[in-house]
Design a binder for this molecule. Structure first.
Ligand SMILES: *Cc1c(COP(=O)(O)O)cnc(C)c1O
Length: 406
């Protein structure tokens, strides 16, 4: 029976007719390029050799030399002393909340413009989310708003257990400002840098300096393990506690002994082998994504009402995804009309994240801000940003240009 596998933009497989499941060569090489996808998984070239080496040595478990080597590579990329490879970015965030002591009824704060996974584990732990708006110059957590809210919360004795800034689409939040504000009140910072491996903030790697930083190696991210994540820190104690919880919180004893309950969150050696082969390509991929962004900016920013996501002076975005906003009145078409025109032309694009405070799942959670994130959602669009030929990118650009009715 000929099973078939098609990869979608999230890197998840769906049964289809495009590609044999075991064709004896990498799926990407045999996949006819029918649609231009947002951020499809890319092969670096060394994956088969890395897997072959790993399997030949009999290393399959979510422990041992291959996950350890991957952790070392992630630490090097993140510039931190300690790091733990996990089965997903969401798992890394969950472990982060656990080791920071988040408990039922605690508040956890984040910027509202993000993916649901930033805060989902904390909410599942019984924490109460509070959403803050983003700053227009970075689309990331607004430090001025954070300062006000922390001061008010301190007066009421209701400080958050953790603040989670998000490095959006590869762009770092203003981490030093956020750490200084939180530090004033003793509130730890857990940086959700899942979208920003390879980005820089004031010359250091994304997330460096936070108490804990989470990364993702999901199929749509800039480098992938085929699924996976990491939690990194300069604090040995936090990472060793996370490591303990990630493998079922087993105490040292001949029998199975547990002082608390943990999780099965280790990264398999098989996936770590893929991640290891990929992470060497990180610098090239950042350069490639920045070039994709620059080309969009060059060929689109003459259009009225169309503005590229800004890049503040404090950092160097990885431009994981190219995002822009469309002012419908000036451009002559709405974001949704552009998205549909792209879709009809065989191009996947997506609205900017729907703010979490507008998500039914978080109905009733407090939000503070002046609607910046909401406006970015209304007019914001993410464009294909992964490996593309110049002709493919031209097709995206021409389709957008044709929508302009100004
Ligand atoms: C991808 C992503 C995650 C989750 O990572 P997974 O590895 O898919 O669990 C968390 N936060 C943000 C902002 C992300 O983009």
């Amino acid at each position: 029976m000929a099973l078939a596998l098609r990869l979608d933009a999230t890197g998840n497989g769906a049964l289809g007719e495009n590609v044999c499941l075991f064709p004896g060569r990498p799926a990407a090489a045999t996949r006819p390029r029918s649609r231009i996808l947002l951020s499809p998984p890319q092969l670096a070239g060394g994956e088969l050799a890395s897997l072959d080496h790993t399997l030949a040595a009999g290393w399959i478990a979510p422990a041992g030399p291959v996950p350890e080597a991957f952790e070392q590579a992630v630490r090097a990329a993140a510039g931190t002393d300690y790091g733990l490879a996990t089965s997903s970015g969401t798992a890394a965030l969950h472990l982060g909340f656990r080791v920071l002591g988040v408990e039922r009824g605690d508040e956890v704060w984040t910027s509202t413009l993000t993916f649901v996974a930033t805060l989902a584990p904390a909410v599942q732990m019984g924490a109460r989310p509070r959403f803050l708006d983003v700053a227009p110059e970075s689309w990331t957590l607004d430090p001025n708003l954070l300062e006000d809210r922390l001061a008010q919360a301190a007066t009421k004795g209701r400080l958050p257990r953790a603040v989670v800034p998000v490095d959006l689409y590869g762009q770092c939040a203003d981490l030093d400002a956020i750490i200084a504000l939180c530090g004033r009140w003793g509130v730890p910072v857990l940086s959700d840098s899942a979208e920003a491996l390879g980005a820089e903030y004031r010359g250091r790697p994304a997330g460096k300096g936070a108490a804990l930083t989470a990364f993702s190696f999901n199929g749509n991210k800039i480098v992938t393990a085929g699924g996976g994540g990491a939690l990194v820190s300069d604090d040995a104690v936090l990472i060793s506690r996370a490591r303990h919880l990630a493998s079922q919180a087993k105490e040292v004893a001949p029998h199975y002994q547990h002082e608390t309950t943990g999780y099965s969150y280790g990264l398999s050696s098989v996936l770590a082998a893929v991640g290891l082969a990929q992470i060497g390509a990180l610098a090239d991929r950042v350069a490639a994504r920045r070039a994709v962004f620059a080309r969009y900016a060059l060929r689109l920013s003459d259009l009225p009402g169309l503005v590229m996501m800004p890049e503040p002076g404090w950092g160097r975005s990885s431009r994981w995804l190219t995002a822009l906003t469309i002012d419908a009145a000036r451009f002559g078409a709405t974001r949704e009309q552009v998205r549909q025109a792209l879709d009809a032309a065989g191009v996947e694009s997506r609205p900017v994240w729907k703010p979490l405070h507008l998500q039914p799942a978080f109905r009733g959670a407090p939000f503070h801000g002046s609607g910046v994130a909401g406006r970015l959602f209304d007019g914001g669009l993410c464009l294909p940003s992964g490996a593309m030929t110049p002709a493919e990118q031209d097709h995206v650009i021409d389709t957008i240009r044709a929508c302009c009715r100004a």
